[in-house]
Design a protein around this ligand. Sequence first.
Ligand code: 48H
Length: 261
Amino acid sequence: MKIDEITISRAIIESFTREFLDNLEVDAAIAGAGPSGMTAAYYLAKQGVKTVIFEKNLRVGGGMPGGGMMFNRIVVQEEGKRILDEFEVRTTKYQKGYYVADSLETVATICSRTIKAGVKIFNLISVEDVMIDESDRINGLVLNWTATSMAKLHVDPLSIRSKVVIDATGHDAEICRIVVKKLGPKLRTKTGEVIGEKSMLADAGEKALVKNTKEAYPGLVVTGMAANAVFGSPRMGAIFGGMFLSGKKAAEVSLGLLKKA
Ligand code: 48H
């Protein structure tokens, strides 16, 4: 068989476009393919929820590949290890309650399991706004190619509709900040604003993560580092168990919202 360049182009354009069209209306749309976003997506898809992730970067994994200060390892505690066991990510016991995983194995395995569970991940697409209904409930995402904002091009976005949106954008809590900017200080925090992440206090930060994983605004669940930023809790460094547990809780909270919708 002689390989034809145009058939390659047609195969890529047609299959991508078909999948993009298929994800214009979903049950759950997630901003960010870091540990919390992919874990949330995985558990939602396992429950048969149509789930899509938009990741602004070229690669997935968020803060995981860099491990701790570029030593490409992550640490998890007992509860976090149980989730890595479920994904079949290998861990080594360092001492009681502390397990180490290769950060690249973790990213690759979780990404693969998440996609195979039925989640569609679109990389290189940034969430630049939310879509709202008449009562200001969030019901979708506004998207653009990351390259357009990097090049500062004036190109209008496209939108997708979703019954639930999850902010898994990490330290910057980008979606919650957009909500405050566009809809006012109406987040379910003490001030209605993003309170801001506090300095390192690992144990408190990890514990707060799961507690802070909740609906922060009608139709918008916040997970991972974004949850601690929104509700004003400490950071925790390169321990990632809380991110996986937060992702799992975000899936449970979202399932509850979907049942009510
Ligand atoms: C699309 C976006 C947008 C956008 C951002 O940073 P992440 O890894 O986030 P988490 O919360 O899953 O994990 C946090 C963890 O990596 C970490 O930073 C820790 C443990 N820090 C502790 C400490 O003390 O520092 O992933 C977020 C993802 C990234 O891939 C971004 O590129 C992506 O979201 N993203 N995607 N549209 N507007 N904003």
